[in-house]
Ligand binder design. Sequence first.
Ligand code: NAP
Length: 284
Amino acid sequence: MAELLKGKPVVESMALDLTARIDALGRAGITPTLALVRVGARPDDLSYERTARKRAESLGIAIRSYELEEFAPQAAIEAAIHEVNADPRVHGCLLFRPLPSFVDESHVCELLDPKKDIDGITLASLASVFTDGHRGYPPATAVACIELLDFYQVPLQGKHIVVVGRSLVVGKPVSMMLLRRNASVTICHSKTENLAAICRSADVVICATGRARAFGAEFFSPGQTVLDVGINFDTQGNLCGDLDFAEVEPVVGAITPVPGGIGTVTTSVTMAHTVAAAEAAATV
Ligand code: NAP
């Protein structure tokens, strides 16, 4: 049976550190504050927002909501971002994406002050991921993968890590972070040939494709650590990851569940970045 790499112990460990730092900020009269900018009311956005609110409340982080109607014009969304930038009491901003198709999303993202970009949506934040720079913050999900691997003391240096998926939200940034940790990283995608053989050859596999239960036992080998980043729904509407958990779990050495794995940690990383942004604002 594989070791189950649950997100909850990681979240609890992060909460210990965050609580101390939030208390220190509180003594200086600062409440770390996260702005949530949501356009419309997509069920997955609302679900993430509920989770974020609960986590923020339990830690003592304030939430400022910017709720725009489904067909809000681009100017209204831009105005919300400008308001976030201008408000010194707001330290971080989470913009729910994708934005409606009629909106120029990359333009809106670029308006956000990198100091408040706690989810790596600006070019400044992304450039820092690739250059080991210090502007902005990396995408929270990519950081969550590293937090979980570190918490469970999974060796990275010199190890072969296969990342399946090359999005700017997960695949590319997590690959760069693993490279910084001296892993040998193979990035795979929809055009990769011999994907199953490449995955089987790895020490660690990170699946981030958004394909429900697409990775069965044939992709894995004994002793591997496998992270499932996918948040998908199967044909019956059940929440599931990219892995066929029932098939893969008996094969590998350690595996993250869905739900209760990477997604849980991602919310805490969002909070950790908000606290870091509040600390940085307090020192300038
Ligand atoms: P995305 O932008 O759609 O990227 C998916 C990636 O998977 C692409 O690079 C794509 O390759 C690759 N891919 C698709 N089919 C493949 C196949 N058959 N074989 C190999 N690679 C394949 O998705 P994303 O935003 O990165 O999200 C990925 C998953 O993570 C989704 O389920 C999403 O819901 C989940 N997610 C979870 C969290 C969390 O907190 N846990 C956060 C964000 C996203 P190409 O580039 O060649 O198209």
